[in-house]
Write a protein that binds this ligand. Sequence first.
Ligand code: ADP
Length: 208
Amino acid sequence: MVFAMSAPKAENLTWHAGEVEKDARAAAHGHRGAVLWFTGLSGSGKSTIGHRVERRLIERGAFAYVLDGDNVRHGLNSDLGFAPEDRVENIRRIGEVARLFADAGGLVLSAFISPYRHDRDRVRALMGPGEFIEVFVDTPLEICEARDPKGLYKKARAGEIANFTGLDAPYEAPTNPEVHLETERLSVDEAAASVVRYLEEHDILGES
Ligand code: ADP
């Protein structure tokens, strides 16, 4: 499968600009739109921390929304599996959805393993400057495997799941993430607080 980022199959398409500028949307929401892209091994804490950040943001009246791996695979990406080309397409579609949410002025929290650096960088390239915030949920494999919240490592070790990230499929760690969370040393609340602090310090979110 070959995917071209900005080469639609259809012809005679025109991008309709609309009447509302980005700044007007930001003023309406009280914050700028952005994508917080959580990446890390299965069980590292992407979803748990992402949902806690979402809660903190909603408590402040923000327009925030978690795009979660399994949920998206039930709907939008129900035709995709875990083979490398499916993983690429999975992330491409999620990136496009995240971009639309952020364009609407939202703070999108995406929680996908997204193991390939190239795929994450491709989503970054879709976004404007400062609008893609890569959050590396850095939890060693041994700890993820000990947590095993969904019992997936157990199944993978038993040979019931192939292409499992960290075991028989690669994970390419971010080299320069905007936020680096070492969950061995941070509680869920502390990790969420450092993500919110990043948004405040980079003028995405006003101080509360
Ligand atoms: P992922 O979305 O990365 O697959 P989950 O968020 O589903 O991971 O699972 C992470 C598990 O680790 C949860 O059961 C969570 O309660 C647990 N956990 C323990 N300590 C932490 C921590 N400091 N940060 C995040 N998760 C933690």
